[in-house]
Design a protein around this ligand. Structure first.
Ligand code: ADE
Ligand code: ZN
Length: 336
């Protein structure tokens, strides 16, 4: 196992499910709060970390939106994104596809331009200084109306070149994919790729409708797909990737223990699974910790780890030539 941990740490990988607001480490949150003269609910970093006990997705989202309140300026978004990129770089991440939630920040009086300019400047530096390639996925908050998502989509059009895909996150329960059929269709017409969270706290039916109605290129999470054989066949046939997040699932009690995580079964069935960190500052681990924890819990072998890392590039939105280049770097490390 020790050997596999070393392999995981140094192997090239892509991260495909990462909310930039979910990388907000308490230390940086306190620093930025002070800079912006914002009072946090918690007195110290330790107190804040202790509050990270969640019973479900909503418990987490309440605290996550509260933390995002601190982010006000372009510099804040730059610092947040840069801190993540440096960390991802040490984890062997060559490419990352990052969600951002403009509606969260607009509710805090922060303009779209401020958010995207700060994040984008850091991504540019990430490429120039660290060699990390990246793209942005603009997420609609599904607890809000579709009309609000359409307003956001129109607002994003002047920044079209900076955004690769749109996504759908926040509370799955009570906010099914059907609610967003129109805005996803508009987004596709504008040339955006689409992804959506589904089957995290929701049913297999939510995943089916996400595939059929929203016509997504990937499903974020997708844990509950195993409840429906027909859906599994469809996901396997079309090789629709699932961006799994094991430590998130554990913290949000989607699984009782990692040993019960569906990843092994999914691999066995031929589903295209990937491993990601979701909101690492809140769930206790970046991408490597996710790989290591799930490998230990499910006793994954070298071939399975290779397959998951390879999938991370195959499932990415990178041009084929760069995907191939990254996979050959992965092969260099494995075929020795
Ligand atoms: N926003 C940030 N993390 C999320 C998750 N795991 N599920 C839904 N919405 C989110
Ligand atoms: Zn997520």
């Amino acid at each position: 196992m020790e050997n596999l941990v070393d392999i995981i740490r140094r192997m090239p990988k892509a991260e495909l499910h990462l909310h930039i607001e979910g990388t907000f480490e308490p230390e940086l949150m306190f620093k930025i709060a002070q800079r912006n003269h914002i009072q946090l609910k918690y007195g110290s970093v330790d107190e804040l970390r202790k509050a990270y006990q969640f019973n479900n997705l909503q418990d987490f989202l309440d605290i996550y939106y509260e933390g995002a309140r601190v982010l006000q300026t372009e510099e804040d978004f730059y610092d947040l994104t840069w801190a993540y990129l440096e960390r991802a770089h040490t984890d062997g991440v060559l490419h990352t596809e990052i969600f951002f939630d403009p509606q969260t920040h607009e509710a805090n009086g922060v303009q779209f331009k401020t958010v995207i300019s700060g994040i984008h400047a850091a991504l540019r530096d990430g490429y120039e200084k660290l060699g990390i390639t990246s793209c942005l996925i603009m997420s609609f908050l599904r607890h809000l109306d579709e009309s609000a998502a359409i307003t956001l989509l129109n607002e994003a059009l002047p920044y079209r070149e900076m955004i690769t895909a749109v996504g759908l996150d926040s509370s799955e329960r009570g906010n099914p994919p059907e609610k967003f059929e129109r805005v996803f269709s508009m987004a596709r017409e504008y040339g955006f790729l689409t992804v959506a969270h589904a089957g995290e706290e929701g049913s297999a039916e939510n995943i089916t409708n996400t595939v059929e109605l929203l016509k997504v290129a990937r499903i974020d999470h997708g844990n509950s797909c195993l409840d429906d054989k027909k859906l599994v066949n469809l996901l396997v046939e079309r090789q629709i990737p699932l961006t799994l997040c094991p430590l998130s699932n554990l913290k949000l009690k989607v699984v009782g223990q990692l040993e019960d995580h569906p990843l092994s079964k999914m691999l066995q069935l031929g589903l295209m699974v990937t491993v990601n960190s979701d909101d690492p500052a809140y769930f206790g681990g970046y991408v490597n910790e996710n790989y290591i924890a799930i490998a230990k819990a499910l006793n994954l072998d070298r071939n399975q780890i290779y397959k998951i890392a390879r999938n991370s590039f195959e499932a990415s939105f990178l041009p084929l030539s760069i995907r191939k280049k990254y996979i050959s770097l992965l092969d260099d490390q494995f075929i020795k």
